[in-house]
Ligand binder design. Sequence first.
Ligand SMILES: Nc1ncnc2c1ncn2[C@@H]1O[C@H](COP(=O)(O)OP(=O)(O)OP(=O)(O)O)[C@@H](O)[C@H]1O
Ligand SMILES: [Mg+2]
Length: 293
Amino acid sequence: MKLATLLDSGLEWSNPDRGGEHPGVVINDIANRPRPQARVITVANEKGGVGKSTLAFHLCVALADAGYEVLGVDLDRRQQSLSRALVNRSATANRLRVKLPQPRHVVLHHQTGAMLAQEIARLGAACDYVVIDAAGTDCGIVRRAVAMANLLISPVTSSFVDLDLLGRLHPLTRAYRGPGCFAEMVLDLRAARRAAGLAPLEWAVLRNRRRRDNSHDQNRVEAALQELAGQLDFRLGEGLSERVIYRELFLLGLTHLDLGRIPDLARSHSVAVSEVRQLLDLVCPATLAACAA
Ligand SMILES: Nc1ncnc2c1ncn2[C@@H]1O[C@H](COP(=O)(O)OP(=O)(O)OP(=O)(O)O)[C@@H](O)[C@H]1O
Ligand SMILES: [Mg+2]
């Protein structure tokens, strides 16, 4: 018998644990609360360390830099990375006496659907965008943040370990066998939204923390991502590539977009600037055209 057939017969493709709050209950909770006027972008992936908070921070700043009112909602009440970056940003602006676009932000300490809706209504009423940074876990509040999103952004690194949460692939042929645990949650919520007559959930998966080598391994991950995009109906896009500067600016709460406003720090990081601007193309294409003009 061929190795591929042997491997095929011995593997369990479905997710053994389909726990978590029922999608119908989650959607019901969301549908029965007032919908925010702002466009809601949720950055979520059950996989930890893929760059969700870094991406959410850059997205908040890029949108504010483009003139939008933005509220960042930090669901990770332990790490609070998004919120810490935005606190650092205000402190830097005060210390250096420079004016920087400042997104509002809040940490959701009391993690219920009611409090999420209340904080968005309280702080985000005048906002154009609400950017929600989810913790790398599956829980009721993350499900609600995905359920209420206009756009779900899931960063992934170039690794089959990350892809496993999106889809189960045959180890040799890499043929698609079924959704991974995170994708299953998204598909279930999408189906529940459809059943409740709500607008479809747009889903973008971003290649994040990419290194510049064009290795054979990266090509195989890319082929698998393309396959998963078709099977799971998500858009594939570019996130931020792997650069030390993205983590070095964290303590200052700055992005490359700000460096021009701070003469002492001004340096040319044109590639990183265009990567951050590219994020805008994903959420508001008209803004990117205006930036380029
Ligand atoms: N584009 C990047 N280039 C270099 N380092 C990065 C990049 N994105 C994230 N990092 C670093 O990787 C680590 C994890 O990033 P981050 O906290 O944004 O991930 P996360 O998905 O939010 O993690 P968690 O699941 O724990 O919330 C941090 O040290 C961060 O500074
Ligand atoms: Mg995080």
